[in-house]
Write a protein that binds this ligand. Structure first.
Ligand SMILES: [Zn+2]
Ligand SMILES: [Zn+2]
Length: 312
């Protein structure tokens, strides 16, 4: 029997009363299961954390000693228990170490996707599905009007730009994906990386993910026009608003983060509408619970077929 209160949102985040733990809590808690290292999912100061090895490494880099008191590192497809809830991680394909969290309790199964994507990505493990009675999905882009374009076609746009490019991107996950995409599909470009992104790249490389050619940004380099692509985190990107002699682009699935209507680079690490429908096909849930975003289109779409509950 599906328990309607198996997980619910409270002021600290997503709570499972049957295991007395939080998933991706927004404030520090005694016991947290963390899907991936993006800051909106992984806060510092939890007492005990269950997560994958890359997630712990990224959190320790960002938070140092404050990351958590105890990290329990969990491998793929290796079930563990919190109280009577059995938990299994499988890859969410969103960024290195990103996990979907399967929870099994009293004969019912609940799959929390966290952020996920289906597009191929050489910088993380491919998505690995599990069937479940309840699919708890992100609905960041759960709108039939949102279909992410092919990232390879997007990145090839860079080949038509002959001046240096300032490329804004989130430092963790997106930047590394861009480095591999540019190396493969825009090989004439010379990639420069902001110093804040370098230690993240080092973790990728330590975990066996080779990103290809890039070098740390140096002020003198960009004075020349050599088809440089300088990848910078969002705050640095914003401070270059009046830069001359460079084309500014921001890599994101969000329309409102694009520089303008002409200068777009739609590369998303989230599921679009079709991906969420595909997730439902793969997981075959009886119920769909939605988080992060807007579940109303899904509720309409599945009307009588699947019960949709909007958690946020
Ligand atoms: Zn994320
Ligand atoms: Zn997120």
């Amino acid at each position: 029997m599906i328990l309607d209160d198996f997980i619910y949102l409270d002021d600290k985040g997503i709570y499972c009363p049957y295991g007395d733990f939080y998933i991706d809590p927004k404030q520090p808690v005694p016991l947290a299961v963390i899907s991936h290292a993006h800051a909106d999912h992984a806060v510092s100061g939890n007492t005990e954390v269950y997560c994958t090895e890359p997630t712990a490494a990224f959190m320790q880099l960002r938070y140092g000693k404050m990351a958590a008191k105890v990290f329990n590192l969990v491998g793929w497809h290796q079930p563990f228990k919190i109280k009577d809830v059995q938990i299994t991680f499988s890859s969410a394909g969103h960024m290195l170490g990103s996990a979907m969290i399967l929870m099994e309790y009293q004969g019912s199964s609940y799959l929390y996707t966290g952020d996920f994507k289906l597009q191929p990505d050489a910088t993380c493990e491919p998505i690995a599905w599990h069937k479940a009675d309840v699919l708890i999905t992100e609905s960041t882009f759960a709108d039939p009007a949102v279909l992410h374009p092919n990232p390879v076609e997007e990145i090839k746009k860079l080949n038509n730009i002959k001046i240096n490019i300032l490329l804004g991107a989130y430092g963790l996950g997106k930047s590394q994906r861009l480095i591999t995409l540019i190396n493969e599909h825009a090989p004439n470009k010379k990639i420069l990386v902001h110093h804040k992104i370098m230690p993240l790249n080092a973790i990728y490389e330590r975990m066996g993910y080779k990103l290809g050619a890039y070098q740390m940004y140096g002020r003198k380099l960009m004075k020349n026009q050599e088809e440089f692509v300088y990848i910078v985190p969002p705050f640095t990107f914003d401070s270059y608003i009046r830069a001359t002699g460079v084309k500014r682009l921001f890599a994101s699935g969000w329309k409102n983060l694009q520089v303008n209507q002409q200068d777009t680079l739609f590369i998303s690490d989230h599921a679009d509408w079709n991906d969420i429908l595909e997730a439902v096909k793969q997981v075959q849930p009886q119920q769909l619970w939605t988080l992060h975003g807007d579940g109303k289109h899904l509720k309409n779409y599945y009307k009588n077929d699947i019960f949709v509950k909007i958690l946020n």
